[in-house]
Design a binder for this molecule. Structure first.
Ligand SMILES: Nc1nc2c(c(=O)[nH]1)N[C@H]1C(S)=C(S)[C@@H](COP(=O)(O)OP(=O)(O)OC[C@H]3O[C@@H](n4cnc5c(=O)[nH]c(N)nc54)[C@H](O)[C@@H]3O)O[C@H]1N2
Ligand SMILES: Nc1nc2c(c(=O)[nH]1)N[C@H]1C(S)=C(S)[C@@H](COP(=O)(O)OP(=O)(O)OC[C@H]3O[C@@H](n4cnc5c(=O)[nH]c(N)nc54)[C@H](O)[C@@H]3O)O[C@H]1N2
Ligand code: SF4
Ligand SMILES: [Mo]
Length: 580
């Protein structure tokens, strides 16, 4: 049976079997997938693809499309050319096009719309951001879901939660929060204060792991002085949670094997890196790293330890606040910035100014609609690739299984551009992939895994220069808390960000007394926009919510980057609501 791996931006990196008729099914043998795929892959072939290249809406041949792109690049100024890559496909070969654009002298958009603020905080404390796989979490006694919603975003984690004491810290009463032993329906943006308060009370109650701190950590004294130096009343007020809940949480985890699964929810703010550092510091105080069934898992650095095949030297510009208006030629690959970037008005304005916008993707979307040239990509089944997962240790091969009648792969497009410009030709793609695999993989029970996970993450120490964990001891909270609602940005079941089936409703709390499909306008300094509402009992009274990929989800989100990690800060705003 032909076998491959899901390319999508998801923790699970599912192993897939491809039937004779090219339909897809989950691989039962795989320790994570266990035969189950989600909605996106179960219906993969039913989503309409772009089948032909188009210039200003008129179909053209692939040869003509490439010739037009080459001409635009020849005539254009490299320093006025932007290369922008989204996360529609997380295969390593997606980055091959960087090789051409870097040599050409284009500006590369760097940073992310996703998880990099949190990642920066983890790296500061631990030196490397490693994953906590479902196989590891299965050995815990208590699981804390902290701003992460696996029933939507990481469904192959669910079996590992069965039978565990479950604690959810989330402003939304998610399905798992409803089933949890404790749900702290936290005020958005307050996790850092909750983490500090938990650490402080745990320390007061002598719950710290002195042996672990002594052997594996640095600057604990600074940390304890820092958290004890803030008046308790201030911390309580800022964290907004009750002392009862905090006491209950600590009593539930005391002396237990605890896994803390953190998602991007906690770090969609300017000080996102500090939030992860504070959560990590709480966990380190309890000695939760490097032990079976314990740890803090986030979206990990999937390429950690591997040879990076497409490392380039190039000028960069921060992606979350890229000013498209400064460029003449814009090449957008595997992303939909007109829907997914913060501050849509600003993105629209910039893209409208550019002379030549190229969209290279699988599906039509808000960005392809504004592009001058649209180039269809091949799907993951039609090209060679490799998936390193950010949610577990398994390495997923993605061989070419189907001959495509339309589209071009990233490798083929890069090859065509490199040939046209007479640059040094590319290494064979299969050889690149094998070299990456060989650089850091081992076989374990018949499956390829990353060498980093041969032993328990962090059981041999941390990855900082001193090999010790660095506690955190400062934060810069620059948010001005004005009147209005927090606008939450969450993921939903049937879409993968803006791909597949999106849900455009604005979810509102029942206290507003609105009915389904009532119209309201949201507004703030970034803009205003009308939405149809869906009332829900899952939201706090001070929150409204839009799903990722929803039409106009980013009309009001801020044109602002995180303090560390060059990351978007979707929730660093408040909005006002007017009934229409
Ligand atoms: N079905 C599906 N799966 C996906 C995706 C998808 O679009 N659809 N997207 C993929 C991608 S790109 C990513 S990055 C991952 C993200 O995976 P997750 O991090 O699990 O996803 P989110 O829904 O962004 O955020 C998780 C939770 O954070 C909560 N939250 C929001 N603000 C706060 C806060 O201030 N504090 C706390 N404690 N919680 C908060 C939200 O209510 C939400 O329940 O999922 C991946 N998986
Ligand atoms: N309001 C709000 N905005 C958000 C978020 C949120 O929660 N709320 N989440 C943020 C997060 S976490 C993320 S990761 C980003 C994601 O934002 P994007 O990176 O823009 O991801 P998608 O919306 O999934 O769009 C991916 C595109 O890739 C194309 N594609 C798929 N496969 C391939 C391929 O093999 N090759 C090529 N060339 N193209 C392909 C698809 O056609 C699709 O158009 O959005 C961010 N924006
Ligand atoms: S999107 Fe995630 S859960 Fe769905 S098939 Fe792909 S890896 Fe598995
Ligand atoms: Mo993401």
């Amino acid at each position: 049976m032909r076998q491959t791996t899901c390319p999508l931006d998801c923790f699970d990196g599912c192993s897939i079997l491809v039937n004779e008729d090219n339909s897809l099914k989950g691989n039962k043998e795989h320790p994570i997938t266990k035969g189950y795929l989600c909605h996106h892959l179960n219906h993969y072939h039913s989503f309409k693809r772009i089948t032909e290249p188009k210039l200003n809406g008129v179909s053209i041949s692939m040869d003509d499309a490439i010739a037009l792109l080459v001409k635009a690049l020849h005539q254009g100024e490299p320093s006025k050319t932007l290369f922008f890559k989204g996360s529609g496909n997380l295969g390593i070969m997606q980055s091959v096009t960087k090789l051409f654009f870097a040599q050409y002298g284009a500006i590369l958009a760097s940073g992310s719309l996703c998880d990099e603020a949190g990642d920066a905080g983890i790296v500061e404390g631990r030196g490397a951001n490693l994953s906590l796989s479902p196989l590891h979490v299965a050995k815990s006694e208590v699981v804390i879901l902290w701003g992460r919603n696996p029933s939507i975003t990481n469904s192959h984690m669910l079996p590992a939660l069965k039978g565990k004491t479950l604690i959810v810290i989330d402003p939304v009463k998610t399905d798992l929060a409803k089933k949890a032993d404790l749900h702290i329906q936290i005020k958005p943006r307050c996790d850092i204060y909750l983490a500090m308060l938990l650490a402080r009370i745990a320390y007061m109650e002598q719950m710290e792991d002195t042996v672990f701190i002594e052997e594996h950590c640095e600057n604990f004294k600074y940390f304890s002085d820092f958290i004890c130096g803030i008046p308790m009343r201030d911390l309580m007020q800022k964290c907004g949670s009750s002392l009862d809940d905090i006491g209950l949480l600590l009593s539930m985890i005391k002396g237990k094997k605890v896994s803390i699964l953190v998602g991007i929810g906690v770090q969609k703010y300017s000080f996102g890196h500090s939030v992860l550092r504070a959560i990590d510091s709480f966990a380190a105080l309890l000695g939760l790293f490097g032990k079976e069934g314990c740890g803090v898992g986030y979206l990990s650095n999937s390429g950690f330890g591997y040879d990076a095949p497409f490392k380039v030297k190039a000028k960069t510009t921060p992606l979350p606040i890229v000013d498209f208006g400064k460029f003449d030629t814009i090449f957008i690959q595997g992303g939909n910035p007109l829907s997914q970037m913060p501050c849509t008005n600003k993105v629209e304005e910039g893209i409208a100014k550019a002379k030549f916008v190229v969209y290279f993707g699988l599906h039509e979307n808000a960005t392809s609609a504004k592009a001058h040239l649209v180039i269809p990509a091949k799907s993951f089944l039609e090209k060679e690739d490799l998936k390193l997962s950010y949610g577990h240790e398994f390495v997923g091969r993605m061989p070419k299984l189907i001959d495509s009648v339309y589209g071009i792969s990233e490798y083929e497009l890069c090859h065509a551009l490199i040939s046209a410009f007479g640059y040094e030709s590319l290494e064979n793609e299969k050889e690149i992939i094998e070299r990456v695999i060989a650089s850091h993989s081992i076989l374990k029970d018949g499956f390829l895994i990353s060498k980093t996970y041969e032993n328990l993450p962090y059981s041999q120490g941390f990855y900082t220069p001193s090999k010790k964990f660095q506690f955190f001891d400062e934060l810069d909270d620059e948010f001005e808390d004005i009147e209005g609602f927090y606008l939450l940005a969450c993921k939903q079941n049937k879409s993968l960000n803006s791909q597949f089936i999106t849900d455009d409703y604005l979810y509102v709390p029942l206290c507003l007394g609105l009915q389904k499909d009532d119209k309201v306008t949201l507004f703030n300094d970034n803009g205003s926009c009308q939405f149809s509402v869906m009332p829900t009992d899952t939201l706090r009274d001070d929150c409204v919510m839009l799903y990722s990929g929803a039409c106009n989800a980013n009309r009001l989100t801020p044109f602002k980057m995180s303090q560390e990690g060059q990351c978007a800060t979707y929730q660093e705003i408040k909005v006002k609501l007017k009934r229409d």
